[in-house]
Design a protein around this ligand. Sequence first.
Ligand SMILES: Nc1ncnc2c1ncn2[C@@H]1O[C@H](COP(=O)(O)OP(=O)(O)OP(=O)(O)O)[C@@H](O)[C@H]1O
Length: 207
Amino acid sequence: MLEVNGISYRYQNESWLFKQLNITIEPGEVVGLFGPSGSGKSTMAKIIAGYIKPQEGFVKADGEHYFHNKVNPVQLVWQHPEKAINPRWRMKETIIEGEQLDEGLLHTLGIRNEWLTRFPSELSGGELQRFCLARALGPSTRYLIADEMTTMLDALTQAQIWHAVLRLTKERNVGMLAISHDRHLLSRISGRIIDFSDLVHNSSETV
Ligand SMILES: Nc1ncnc2c1ncn2[C@@H]1O[C@H](COP(=O)(O)OP(=O)(O)OP(=O)(O)O)[C@@H](O)[C@H]1O
């Protein structure tokens, strides 16, 4: 289980974005999350994935805090793949990062062989996002945080990517938190949906 326990966060000199926020996600579960713009969803996503530290509370995956010397079992994929990838590396170097290429994973994500030798600037946003997902869905990944993952993409690419991701997370029993403003999308992919405003207001309850 992914356990987000009592986390609170504020940027320097700003008021609290959220206090004592709790969420749990079971392995293989898809939880949808929506909420007002600027309310702190992406900040929460970065905390859950270990990019920033909360002032209070903790996050555990399957009973363990994350360790910096291990591959993080919680991976974040966000809206801007071009900002998440080293522009000087060819795509093959980006996705290997010390591990073997998983041909089946690349195939399911619709990644073509000829893209592997290109630089990020030579791929479309949708193609790049497939690479970000391939990198995020390594063998150690137990939970995926998808923060507006397909917002910038056309409807067909969006559908293809969600189809692949749902298939992969189901096969691997990976739990997912899908953050989106698109309620229609969330209702199609999620087992349950959370309103971020409720989380912030009822922040002592676990959902
Ligand atoms: N590095 C930062 N320093 C100071 N304030 C920040 C920083 N990053 C974000 N914020 C502010 O924190 C608030 C929450 O931002 P965040 O991106 O978490 O919201 P969000 O709910 O994901 O928004 P959206 O739905 O528009 O993506 C915003 O008011 C934003 O301006």
